[in-house]
Design a protein around this ligand. Structure first.
Ligand SMILES: Nc1ncnc2c1ncn2[C@@H]1O[C@H](COP(=O)(O)OP(=O)(O)O)[C@@H](O)[C@H]1O
Ligand SMILES: [Mg+2]
Length: 308
C-alpha cells in the first residue's frame, strides 16, 4: 500500500489544534483502507521524524514553519508531493501584510488598512478598527478598537503576540456578516456563514464555544442589490486564491458588508481538520465521508512547480 505521512504538531501556538487535525486526517485516510497512513509528529523545524518510503504528504500543521513555506520548501527539496499551496504562496498567505498588498494590487477587495509600531499613539484609521499581528492565526492577539481608550491595549496585545517586534496591521472594521469559502484546485466549494454568539470570531468562538453556528449559504439568498450572495463569495474566494497563486486546498475568510460588498480578510493555506473545522464540513456536504474529503485534497498533492 502507498505510504502517506500526515504531518502534525509543530512548534507554533496552534500545535494543539494541529494535533487534533492530524489525528482526524489519519483516521479519515485509514478508514478508506487503501493507504499505509503514518502519523508524523513534528517537534522541530525539520523532517527528521518522517520515515523513509513516504510517497505523498498530507500537511496538517498550522502556523509557523508548517504553514509559512518552511515545510513546503523542505518537501520540494525531497521531491515529495504535499497537500496545499507551494512554498511561495504559503509564505505570502501567512503574512497578512504581503497578502493585502497582493490583493490590492490585483483588485481583490480587502479592508482598508495601515500599519502601527509599538509606540503609535492612536489609531491611524478612523474607528472602529481591528488590530492584528500579521503572522499569527487562530485570532491570537487580534482585537477590535471601538473607542480611543481601547487603542493602547489592542496595540500592545497585537505586539505581545509577536514578541514586541515588527509592525502590526490596523484594519477598517467591516460590519456585517462573516463567511469562509474552501477552494480546491480552482474550484470554490459551498460558502459557509460563521455566526459567532457576540458577532466576534475569536479563539474561544473558534475552538471552545458550542454556540458558534456554521450554516451553509443558501443558493437563493440575495444582497439588497439583488446579487446572489453565494456567487459573490465564490468569485471573491477564487479571485483571492488565484491572486496568491494558490493550488490544492485553501480556505478564504471573507466579510460581507451590509450593502453586500465582500472583503477578503485572509487566506488559510493549511486549514483545520478538527471536529469544528469548516473545510471537511463543506466537503462532506456533497455526500463524501470525512476520509473521502481528505483523499480529494491528497489527490491534488504536488511539489515544486506542480509535479506529482
Ligand atoms: N477587518 C475586520 N472587520 C471585522 N472583523 C474582523 C476584521 N478582521 C478580523 N476580524 C475578526 O477576527 C477574526 C480573525 O481574523 P483573521 O484576519 O481571519 O485572522 P486569523 O488568522 O486569526 O483567523 C475574523 O474571523 C473576524 O471575526
Ligand atoms: Mg481567519
Amino acid at each position: 500500500m502507498e505510504k502517506i505521512a500526515v504531518l502534525m504538531g509543530g512548534l507554533s501556538n496552534e500545535r494543539e489544534v494541529s494535533l487534533e487535525s492530524g489525528r482526524n486526517v489519519v483516521d479519515g485516510l485509514k478508514s478508506l483502507g487503501i493507504y499505509d497512513v503514518v502519523p508524523v509528529v513534528i517537534n522541530a523545524e525539520n523532517l527528521d521524524e518522517m520515515p523513509e518510503g513516504v510517497s505523498r504528504v498530507f500537511i496538517a500543521l498550522h502556523g509557523g514553519w508548517g504553514e509559512n513555506g518552511g515545510v513546503q520548501r523542505a518537501l520540494d527539496f525531497r521531491k515529495i508531493p504535499y497537500t496545499g499551496p507551494g512554498a511561495e504562496s504559503s509564505r505570502v498567505a501567512m503574512d497578512k501584510i504581503k497578502t493585502k498588498m497582493i490583493l490590492e494590487f490585483t483588485n481583490v477587495p480587502t479592508p482598508a488598512w495601515s500599519l502601527a509600531s509599538p509606540d503609535t499613539p492612536s489609531s491611524p484609521l478612523s474607528l472602529p478598527v481591528v488590530v492584528k499581528p500579521p503572522a499569527d492565526g487562530s485570532s491570537v492577539g487580534i482585537s477590535k478598537v471601538s473607542t480611543a481608550q481601547d487603542w493602547q491595549a489592542a496595540r500592545d496585545a497585537a505586539f505581545a503576540a509577536q514578541g514586541g517586534q515588527g509592525t502590526v496591521i490596523v484594519e477598517e472594521f467591516i460590519a456585517g456578516r462573516e463567511f469562509t469559502v474552501p477552494v480546491l484546485n480552482n474550484q470554490a466549494w459551498s460558502p459557509i456563514e460563521i455566526i459567532a454568539e457576540n458577532g466576534w470570531y475569536g479563539f474561544d468562538e473558534k475552538y471552545r464555544s458550542e454556540k458558534t453556528m456554521y450554516p451553509f449559504v443558501s443558493e437563493s439568498e440575495l444582497t439588497i442589490k439583488g446579487e446572489k450572495i453565494a456567487d459573490i463569495l465564490r468569485k471573491t474566494a477564487l479571485d483571492a486564491y488565484k491572486a496568491l497563486g494558490c493550488r490544492g486546498i485553501t480556505r478564504v475568510d471573507i466579510r460581507l458588508s451590509p450593502l453586500g460588498r465582500p472583503y477578503v480578510l485572509e487566506l488559510n493555506t493549511s486549514p483545520g481538520f478538527t471536529s469544528h473545522s469548516l473545510v471537511p464540513k463543506a466537503g462532506m456536504r456533497e455526500g463524501a465521508t470525512f476520509g473521502e474529503v481528505c483523499k480529494k485534497i491528497l489527490d491534488c498533492a504536488t511539489y515544486g512547480i506542480g509535479k506529482k
